[in-house]
Design a protein around this ligand. Structure first.
Ligand SMILES: [Zn+2]
Length: 100
């Protein structure tokens, strides 16, 4: 399915809002890094998601959905960088918001 960046971001924000304010940006990342999700607790807690803009738009959307699932886990920092069962549940929610 052809996903558009703006629609994907809109659907995620609407259906699975993150627990803290989020900034999403697209930048050229180093090779091998498709994107990341970072929690900042200096000052008011916020989430930043960055996606590599060298990829196709469809791939960027896929990575955004993946990183959004990490963002949903932000209150449970212990599993923050992992792809465990809790992340899987969050990913399923994000997947449905984006693809269905
Ligand atoms: Zn991940």
């Amino acid at each position: 399915m052809q996903l558009r960046w703006k629609d994907t971001l809109y659907n995620l924000r609407a259906s699975v809002p993150l627990p803290f304010p989020v900034t999403v940006s697209r930048r050229k990342l180093r090779d091998g890094l498709q994107g990341y999700c970072k929690l900042s607790m200096k000052g008011p807690t916020k989430i930043s998601i960055v996606v590599d803009k060298k990829m196709s738009e469809t791939m960027q959307c896929d990575v955004l959905v993946h990183e959004w699932a990490h963002g949903l886990l932000a209150p449970y920092v212990y599993e923050y960088h992992e792809h465990g069962s809790l992340w899987g549940i969050m990913y399923a929610r994000c997947y449905r918001a984006a693809y269905e």
